[in-house]
Write a protein that binds this ligand. Structure first.
Ligand code: ADP
Ligand code: MG
Length: 631
């Protein structure tokens, strides 16, 4: 037996150990993740050596990790049958720090005088993290190189360590005895160890046994070829990840090599998990580095508008000791995000092309969140192609069309795509601005959600066709389209009536005063007597309402009142006016007409005057009616 040799840790290592030993970092359980990932790396290496025919020690040993605990001795043991370490390797690999991440860690502690406990979790500190829980660590290892003897390494993590050749027989691999600190005895509980493994190391590709029981039972499906994976396997994996009892609507499995290597399995659930949220906060993909879970629901790898996607990403290009802050700043992570986004959008496009019904199912469940993508300018064209709308061609609110389909149905010479907003189809249908368009048989998209307005503003046009709110359509621009429905009740004004009608409009403006910017004759209305119009090119009414809600502004914006000269209500009013411009009924009627348009546009805050007037007018009408009927 050779004598034991004492070694000092390299100065950097000593600094690091000092920080770790004195740390009161609460998430100490990550030490196990580090030890298991080292064991897994060592097993990967031996698998590689044996696959290329190297003559290794104990070739019959199965590749596995075994964890056991001895409560009496307060000992936690992690053993692997991996590549093992020679004496020189123990000295160079565990005595010095070669990792840039660790150096960076020490630098930050020193330079920023930051409390190490706040940053210890941001850096995976590798093997040394075991000293957060250990008074002493004893390693026995036997290299896979046949001529190397078994060696031992012992340290309390203070100043140095002892190495010596072992005279006892040992098979290839490494056994790490962790002498647990007094306050870390909970790691003697097998259940606690199992739950830590399930949390961080569930997808390690070698079996991990805790006291004979195999803990990691779900295979890392994303590492396998997608052609070898059955639908049932994907479903099982989905249920494992999401706790959903249903199967997923869509499965996206990708492996990318450039510009950054990663694999990912993503799912689109059948049901949205964001019932009431406008902007989802609980979203993200689980981030793995080399099968080790780094962060659950990481939000840096996927944009919010794809927040309905559940799943995971595993990259070999990222370092295991990736801190929270590093993730956010990482260019690699950004590249993963960009690539993933494109892949998901491509998948949705393919789905839309191949199975419209299934796409509609996706849209009804997740479209509301997806629409947040109007801010993704880089993918705007794809995004626009994936949008769906209910429209005037549909029989009910269930129908959906794409912008592409809309353009294919457009009339010859139609140069714009029309839309109109309202909280429901019934509300949209009662909107007077619809009349002019539907009267000419022009298709109109119906928008039911506030976000739709932002989407339309942001994308601006589809292919070469501008998206236009119905209320901004200039009737002159539609003169080329023949009327398909004639719903006007009255003949157009006679030549001699035109001047008096203009006078009536002036009178109405006088009555309404500052409440409107203008009262004018309408060319857009067919069956409604009047409507409110925003000055052209201004924002749409719906948008104005959204802005007001955001600014808690309850005022009524000043608009133009348009009066339909071909409506019998207004023609009767004209008769009364021509007979006596100061007839009290002209004022009463004008007030009622205006307030009704306000009500219709959703701006009538206080209806009591209108209601009182309404009863009066009903009383008048009933008097006249009974008179006519001679009752
Ligand atoms: P990293 O794993 O990032 O290299 P660690 O501090 O976790 O850093 O480990 C340092 C080195 O110690 C590893 O690179 C490896 O060479 C060696 N090592 C640690 N654990 C084992 C093990 N179980 N078997 C073989 N080598 C190991
Ligand atoms: Mg490691």
């Amino acid at each position: 037996m050779s004598p034991s040799e004492s070694h000092q840790f390299q100065a950097e290592t000593q600094k690091l150990l000092n920080i770790i030993i004195h740390s009161i970092y609460t998430n100490k359980e990550i030490f196990l993740r580090e030890l298991i990932s080292n064991a897994s790396d060592a097993l990967d290496k031996i698998r590689f050596e044996s696959s290329r025919g190297t003559d290794i020690a104990d070739p019959e040993e199965s590749l596995e990790i075994r964890i056991s605990m001895d409560a009496d001795k307060k000992l936690l043991t992690i053993a692997d049958t991996g590549i093992g370490l020679s004496k020189d390797e123990l000295i160079s690999n565990l005595g010095t720090i070669a990792k840039s991440g660790t150096e960076e860690f020490i630098k930050q502690v020193a330079e920023e005088e930051e409390n190490p406990d706040t940053i210890i979790g941001r850096f995976g500190v590798g093997f040394y993290s075991v000293f957060m829980v250990a008074d002493e660590v004893r390693i026995k290892s036997r290299s896979a190189r046949k001529d190397e003897p078994a060696v031992s390494w012992v340290s309390d993590g203070m100043g140095g360590y002892e190495v010596e050749d072992l005279d006892e027989e040992m098979k290839r691999g490494t056994v790490i005895d962790v002498q647990l600190k007094e306050d870390c005895q909970d790691y003697l509980d097998p259940e606690r160890i199992k739950s830590i493994i399930k949390k961080h190391s569930n997808f390690i590709s070698f079996p991990i046994y805790v006291e004979q029981e195999k803990v990691n039972t779900v295979p890392a499906l994303w590492k396998e070829s997608k052609f070898s994976i059955s639908k049932e396997q994907y479903t099982e994996f989905y249920k494992f990840l999401t706790f959903d009892s249903d199967e997923p609507l869509e499965t996206i499995h990708i492996s990318v090599d450039a510009p950054v290597q990663f694999s990912s399995i993503m799912f689109i659930p059948k049901k949205s998990t964001f019932m009431f949220e406008t902007f989802p906060s609980e979203y993200g993909l689980d981030l793995y580095v080399h099968r080790v879970l780094i962060e659950r629901s990481n939000q840096d790898i996927i944009p919010q508008y794809l927040g309905f996607v559940k799943g995971m990403v595993d990259s070999e290009d990222l370092p295991l000791n990736l801190s929270r802050q590093n993730i956010q700043e990482s260019a690699l992570i950004r590249k993963i995000n960009t690539t993933l986004t494109k892949q998901v959008l491509n998948h949705l496009e393919k789905l839309a092309d191949n199975d419209a019904e299934r796409y509609a199912q996706f849209w009804k469940e997740h479209g509301r969140i997806f629409k947040l993508g109007y801010t993704d300018f880089g993918n705007q064209e794809k995004f626009a192609r994936l949008l769906r709308f209910n429209a005037s061609i549909h029989e009910d609110q269930e129908g959906l069309t794409s912008l592409k389909e809309y353009t294919e149905r457009m009339k010859t010479d139609q140069k714009e795509i029309y839309y109109i907003s309202g909280t429901s189809r019934a509300e949209v249908l009662s909107n007077p601005h619809l009349e002019m368009l539907s009267g000419k048989g022009l298709e109109v998209l119906y928008l039911y959600e506030p976000i739709d307005e932002f989407v339309m503003q942001s994308i601006g046009k589809f292919e070469d066709y501008p998206l236009k709110a119905a209320e901004h359509v200039n009737p002159k621009d539609l003169e080329g389209f023949a009327a398909e429905e004639a719903v006007s009740e009255e003949e157009p004004l006679k030549k001699e009536e035109e001047k008096p009608f203009q006078d009536l409009l002036a009178k109405m403006k006088e009555i309404l005063g500052d409440r409107v910017t203008e009262v004018r004759s309408s060319e857009r209305l067919k069956s409604s007597p009047a409507c409110l119009v925003n000055p052209e090119d201004g924002i749409s009414l719906q948008m104005q309402k959204i802005m007001q809600a955001m600014n808690k502004d309850g005022s009524v914006p000043k608009q133009i009142l348009e009066v339909n000269p071909q409506h019998s209500l207004n023609r009767n009013l004209l008769k009364v006016y021509q007979q006596d411009p100061d007839d009290a009924w002209v004022k009463k009627f004008t007030e009622q007409l205006f307030e009704t348009t306000l009500l219709q546009a959703g701006y009538l805050a206080d209806p009591h005057a209108m209601v009182a007037r309404s009863f009066e007018l009903m009383k008048d009408a009933s008097n006249w009616y009974t008179e006519v009927k001679q009752l």
